[in-house]
Design a protein around this ligand. Structure first.
Ligand code: HXC
Length: 510
């Protein structure tokens, strides 16, 4: 009997070694942790339960029948993060470069299916060389099965992808269909086709980092939602993110204890807006000052920085924040900002996370670059996303809310439940200069007349009161009381319930 028990332990020890000590050492030399070390850091201590540790591939081509490694390049199972259940798979680069075989894909599919049954998040840790070349179409079929499950789970359970090494070919499309992608700086890269193929097809010489490193995907392409210095920091930040997220689309947001008084007043907010309306200020200061304990998890912080998105908590419950950032391009809405915010708004709505929107927007960015790039379609994405929300929407206009951007940014007209404005708000079709030049074109040569008209326009329109007189703004509030007003509004809206018209699905302007 003892022998049988020992044999189980031997087989487990063998599987835990993955591709062997040499490859583990090589992994460490590159500054990367192994698949199992990553799981240890991500999950609560001792909570990991592994599935399919003894699964092997069934390939007999190219001598593969002689190369079998238990687990077949991916470690799968479930565990807890601060006591809450998550499912995960972690690609093991030490085994056939983490490449995906039919058996490897089936392990991932099992985790996806179980997570869907249990309605808990799935986290994928990627460090892999794409399809197992020796398996051909069996590997391609495996990818397809994983992709389909990603789509079925979308909007039902949160799906998070963490790129911690190569992520190429077939491996990129599963992350692309999940809710968030995070990367590790310098050790991870993502691309559909690598530098060698790029050179062959286009003659372009480019390194892996230049083609798909974390700096590319968190700034230029916007494919990734954030990057961290190393595996350890990345995994600890993933734990922080999971704390903000609901387990599924019906569970409601998690409620954490907080020592921060929901009625807390912040007098410094009364001087946040500069006297000069064209001077910028940092909207993140407002977010940090209204959330519990200043704890804000920003998403996509380096891409389309003219809009800020992320998670915070008010009275212990998760809130999604969307805010124009006057520090970057005066907070204007362009294609990238619209797309970034639209996707976030849809995530929050799918998972019943209330949204707070801070508005300071001079309009949409003019110019051929934007128009040729499809600003109309991209701007419409954000308009569409807000308009289809059924979660509580609380909006605060801090300063400018001009033109179409006023409508788009969770205005009353597209579904805002409570729309507040600070006394410094300016709500109009456009700023004074542009407006006067159009409606008083005949006076343009007359400096005094233009000055008088500008003053008249500013006095009449550049305040929150024209909108408040119509009920488009529910109340003009003091900046220092913003947290208190948000907390009250969110508590009042807790059981908000609205039905959208029945349909197969909408037709979001993609
Ligand atoms: C089988 C693979 C593999 C793969 C790597 N390995 N990728 N085995 N299939 N796709 C093996 C290597 O043979 C090697 O085995 C070990 O993993 C480590 O790989 P190295 O090349 O030594 O590591 P490194 O120098 O760090 O390079 C990593 C890499 C490179 C950049 C990922 O391995 C690479 O380019 N791999 C191929 C990538 C690729 O073209 N994949 C197919 C994409 S097509 P040994 O035994 O020597 O240690 C695709 C289509 C799917 O995915 C589309 C579905 C929609």
């Amino acid at each position: 009997m003892k022998d049988i028990l020992d044999r189980l332990e031997d087989r487990r020890a063998d599987a835990r070694l993955g591709g062997g000590e040499k490859r583990i050492e090589a992994q460490h030399k590159r500054g990367k942790l192994t698949a199992r070390e990553r799981i240890e850091l991500l999950l609560d201590k001792g909570s990991f339960e592994e599935f399919d540790m003894f699964v092997e591939h069934r390939s007999i081509d190219f001598g593969m029948e002689k190369q079998k490694i238990p687990g077949d390049g991916v470690v799968t199972g479930w565990g807890t993060v601060n006591g809450r259940v998550v499912y995960l798979f972690s690609k093991d680069f030490t085994v056939f470069g983490g490449s995906l075989s039919e058996a490897h894909a089936q392990k991932i599919m099992k985790v996806q299916d179980m997570a869907m049954k249990a309605r808990c998040p799935v986290i994928g840790l990627f460090d892999a060389g794409g399809a197992r070349i020796q398996e051909g179409v069996a590997a391609l079929g495996g990818y397809g099965e994983v992709f389909k499950r990603n789509v079925l789970a979308s909007g039902v359970i949160p799906q998070i992808s963490v790129i911690m090494g190569p992520c190429a070919g077939g491996d990129v499309y599963s992350p692309a269909m999940t809710d968030f992608i995070f990367m590790v700086r310098d050790t991870s890269y993502m691309f559909v086709t690598g530098p060698d193929v790029v050179k062959t097809v286009t003659n372009e010489v480019v390194t892996a980092e230049e083609l798909g490193g974390a700096s590319v995907h968190t700034t230029k392409s916007g494919v990734a939602d954030g990057a961290f210095e190393n595996d350890v920091e990345c995994l600890l930040q993933m734990r922080r993110l999971i704390d903000f997220l609901p387990a599924n689309n019906e569970a409601g947001v998690p409620q954490w204890p907080t020592a921060d008084d929901a009625d807390r007043i912040d007098p410094s907010l009364d001087t946040l807006i500069p006297d000069n309306p064209n001077k910028p200020y940092d909207i993140k200061e407002l977010i940090h000052k209204v959330v519990d304990e200043g704890d804000f998890f920003e998403v996509s912080a380096k891409h389309a920085m003219n809009i800020v998105i992320g998670f915070g908590r008010i009275a212990g419950a998760t809130v999604g924040f969307v805010a124009n950032q006057p520090l970057v391009l005066a907070g204007v809405l362009d294609s990238a900002a619209s797309r970034k915010a639209a996707r976030f708004v849809r995530f929050c709505d799918a998972f019943s996370i209330p949204i707070v929107t801070f508005v300071d927007v001079p309009g949409f960015l003019p110019g051929t670059d934007q128009e040729y790039g499809g600003l109309i379609k991209h701007g419409a994405k954000l308009l569409f996303a807000y308009s289809q929300c059924t979660v509580p929407l609380v909006t605060v206009i801090t300063r400018k809310a001009f033109g179409g951007a006023y409508d788009v940014m969770a205005s009353k007209h597209v579904g805002g439940d409570l729309n507040y404005a600070w006394p410094t708000a300016q709500i109009a079709v456009m700023g004074a200069k542009g407006a006067v030049e159009i409606i008083f074109r005949a006076d343009i040569g007359d400096k005094d007349a233009i000055a008088a008209r500008t003053k008249e326009y500013e006095d009449r329109f550049l305040s929150p009161f024209v909108a408040a007189e119509r009920g488009y703004i529910d109340d003009v509030i003091m900046p220092h009381s913003t947290r208190k007003r948000l907390a009250r509004a969110l508590a009042m809206l807790k059981n908000k319930h609205v039905e959208m018209p029945g349909r197969k699905h909408d037709n979001l302007p993609l």
